[in-house]
Design a protein around this ligand. Structure first.
Ligand SMILES: *Cc1c(COP(=O)(O)O)cnc(C)c1O
Length: 364
């Protein structure tokens, strides 16, 4: 369905053929379609956020800290704590969700962007929206990232920006740190920035690529509080890199882009994250349970390092099975890959409701 724009409207050519990002936001009792953490913020944390925000409400006549130094310091401490690194705020940049981070990166650095698909649909959408070419390289069988294919593609097509998503969305698998280091090296040799999108890093068994930033001046690791942190509604994403790349972000950010309220809420969440680890463990256990249950139903499940599972092996088309689940009040994601669907790990009761609905849907 191509939108028809009126004659008089001089829309940018590069966005004319695009479709807006469109995970359906339709009402369903069980919503397992956008990879959020299914648990509410703990009540103690909710009160801390409210009290931090209320302290600042009186000063909303003033602009916020444009450089969000306190928040970036706190993000550095969080990363240093989980990855045993030694970053300071000069190596962190924060924005309204990691999508804004990705957009700033694509605006700041020259050249076309390359990615290994299927992967996160916003990488091509953001690239095209700023008027750059998107170079799509296919993953291998079972959606595995193939290092030799990637190396060859970067050498011959010389992109300006390379995206790696690990764990990958929508497929769930990770890329090894040694492969990431190889890609960073070849990217540097053609003058490209490597962006490692780690939106799901907290769910992964593997170490973060932040641990190799010191060896790779062109490496950016993008992270978010939207997934593991149960903070999607607050909109806070960030990146970690060599400080010179952060300086480039300052050229393209909008003044005062991160509101005082966002900064206050994110700081409170970072300073009170004791419950986080337990929630992440619970989600990982549920993921492993759900993987087994789906296999018992005769489905093929791709092994996942994230908080979602992609599965295939059903007779209906993806759209049909998706609709049958919606009819049973369960919303999962049709990611546009024929024969596959993706389900986000929910609470235990949501997972049970999904399994029950799926069992019916498979046989109707
Ligand atoms: C969800 C997701 C993001 C981010 O989103 P924000 O909410 O904007 O931080 C980024 N990358 C991938 C791969 C994702 O799945």
């Amino acid at each position: 369905m191509n939108q028809r724009w009126p004659e008089w409207l001089s829309l940018n050519e590069n966005i004319r053929a695009l479709k807006p990002y469109g995970a359906p936001q339709i009402p369903a009792q069980v919503r397992l379609n956008t990879n959020e953490n299914p648990y509410h913020l703990e009540e103690g944390l909710q009160s801390k956020i409210i009290s931090e925000i209320s302290k600042r409400v009186g000063n909303l006549n003033r602009y916020p800290d444009r450089d969000a130094v306190e928040l970036r310091t706190s993000l550095a401490a969080y990363i240093n704590g989980i990855s045993k690194t030694d970053f300071s705020y000069e190596q962190i940049w924060a924005a309204n969700g990691s999508n804004e981070i990705l957009q700033s990166i694509v605006m700041a650095f020259a050249g076309d962007a390359m990615g290994f698909e299927p992967s996160y649909s916003m990488h091509p959408l953001i690239t095209k929206s700023v008027g750059k070419e998107w170079i799509s390289i296919s993953r291998g069988p079972e959606f595995i990232f193939e290092l030799d294919v990637a190396m060859e593609a970067i050498k011959t097509q010389r992109p300006g920006i390379v995206f790696l998503t690990t764990p990958n969305n929508p497929t769930g698998g990770s890329i090894s740190l040694t492969d990431i280091a190889e890609v960073a090296g070849i990217a540097l040799s053609v003058g490209a920035i490597l962006v490692v999108d780690e939106a799901y890093a907290e769910f992964s068994k593997q170490s973060s690529a932040v641990t190799i930033i010191k060896d790779h001046p062109n490496l950016i690791v993008s992270r978010t509080m939207s997934k593991a942190f149960a903070f999607a509604g607050a909109r806070l994403g960030y990146m970690i890199s060599n400080p010179i790349l952060i300086d480039a972000m300052l050229l393209v950010r909008l003044p005062y882009h991160l509101s005082e309220l966002t900064q206050a809420a994110a700081l409170a969440a970072l300073q009170n994250q004791s419950g986080l680890q337990q929630q992440v463990e619970q989600i990982k256990n549920s993921r492993d349970f759900l993987e087994q249950e789906l296999s018992k139903l005769g489905l093929n499940v791709i092994s996942s390092d994230a908080n979602f599972l992609m599965f295939s092996g059903f007779k209906a088309s993806s759209q049909e099975l998706w609709q049958r689940l919606v009819d049973r009040q369960v919303l999962i994601r049709d990611v546009g890959i024929a024969g596959y669907l993706r389900v986000t790990i929910g609470t235990e009761s949501e997972n049970k409701a999904f399994l029950a609905a799926l069992q019916q849907a498979l046989h109707s």
